[in-house]
Design a protein around this ligand. Structure first.
Ligand code: PLP
Length: 392
């Protein structure tokens, strides 16, 4: 056997030893062990399944209490939450928005829905998220300040916002990014789709962006079936978000008057009911997910050629998805690892193809993305469901 094959077998065996002996282990499956049946049944029994009902308000209040962000507006999915956040932040056609290339497609698509252009930024090893130092150096090099904002000198377009994304739940280094955004007059948005239950310097993610987007898709830490939310500490923005995500209807007892082109992005009551039941269990889920992460760190501590990704010192992560990062000289292990695990019923996945490598986004402006290009060939996600975690 070659060194690569030998090492991969060792890593696959270690993963198998760490997991229950079952025919199939999902990457991240939902966990319903609380009041889900009760709350959803109540929706069915009373007929309040759709756009009106008590659970939407309750879910928004619970989200606000949990995250410490003052306002939460529930919507149909995380992509819609990102879209609405960018619209209300004032991102308009022909503007550029800085986003990490290492992200799920929704981050770039939401920018496109506004008629704006994604502009790709590299990520750093410490967080797997946007690199604040590269961002600062790059903006210094490529922008000029005009009376109404920051402009990209080579494209002539205004750069209006920065979207950071907390990769696999790990918070980006927010403070230096906030500082850069302030210096250049850029609006910060957090794509916190993966980071419910993750904290940066003791404060929940979603508190730094002018607006932040969360997702409750079936594969996320908690789920509403499909769903999302916009978080903001600005009461005025919260009002605007609620308005455009509910068809921009002016409140009136019977009249249908809409004062702008809004969206039907609201979360149905039946999904919010599921969300309330899930949120009640979130602290317990996080505890279990963090204990699973510790187990993986311990299991792979002495295995050569691979590292189990760990949160930075400033972070307390939800460990939504655990990641193994192969050393540069062992990047060839990844394909073998993916083949062996998936064929044995252990679901593992490579990280996303970086967005700048997709045909649809290949012509977008970008900084040097060498770390993104390198990391994206060395990273795999391994099973991370709540059910796999135990209290110590
Ligand atoms: C899941 C996810 C989204 C979108 O959420 P949906 O609810 O699936 O629309 C956006 N960004 C990132 C980084 C995600 O992981």
């Amino acid at each position: 056997m070659t060194k690569t094959a030998e090492l991969t077998s060792l890593i696959v065996d270690k993963l198998k030893d760490s997991l229950p002996k079952e025919n199939f282990i999902a990457l991240h499956e939902p966990h319903f062990s609380g009041n889900e049946w009760k709350y959803v049944k109540e929706c069915l029994d009373t007929g309040w399944v759709s756009s009106v009902g008590k659970y939407v308000d309750l879910f928004e209040q619970m989200l606000s209490d949990y995250t410490g962000v003052q306002h939460a507006i529930a919507v149909g999915n995380g992509t819609a939450a990102l879209h609405a956040s960018l619209l209300i932040a004032g991102v308009g056609p022909g503007e550029e928005v800085l986003i990490p290339s290492l992200s799920f497609i929704a981050t770039a698509n939401a920018v496109s829905y506004c008629g704006a252009i994604p502009h790709f930024v590299d990520v750093e090893e410490l967080t797997l998220g946007m690199d604040p130092r590269k961002l600062a150096d790059y903006l210094k090099e490529i922008t000029e300040e005009r009376y109404n904002g920051c402009y990209n000198r080579s494209t002539g377009r205004r750069i209006s916002a920065v979207v950071v994304m907390h990769t696999f739940g790990h918070p980006v280094d927010l403070e230096p990014i906030v500082e850069v955004c302030d210096r250049y007059g850029l609006t910060l948005i957090e794509d916190a789709a993966e980071s419910l239950g993750s904290y940066y310097k003791g404060k929940h993610t979603g508190n730094w962006g002018k607006l932040s987007a969360v997702s409750f898709n079936g594969n996320k830490t908690i789920t509403t079936g499909g769903g999302g939310a916009i978080l903001t500490n600005d009461p005025n923005l919260a009002k605007q978000v609620k308005h455009i995500t509910t068809t921009a209807k002016v409140p009136h007892q019977w009249e249908f008057y809409h004062d702008q082109i809004g969206y039907n992005y609201r979360l149905p009551n039946i999904n919010a009911a599921l969300g309330c039941a899930q949120l009640e269990q979130l602290p317990d889920f996080i505890h279990k997910k963090r204990s699973l992460a510790s187990m993986y760190h311990e299991a792979f501590r002495e295995i050569p050629g691979v590292t189990s990704f760990k949160e930075a010192d400033f972070a307390c992560s939800n460990y939504w998805l655990n990641a193994l990062v192969f050393d540069q000289e062992y990047r060839a292990c990844r394909e073998i690892f993916l083949n062996q695990t998936n064929s044995q019923g252990i679901m593992t996945r490579p990280v996303w193809v970086p967005l700048h490598k997709l045909e649809i986004y290949s012509a977008c402006p970008a900084m040097d993305l060498s770390y993104t290009n390198d990391l994206s060939t060395r990273l795999v996600n391994i099973p991370s469901s709540v059910i796999l975690g135990h209290y110590e």
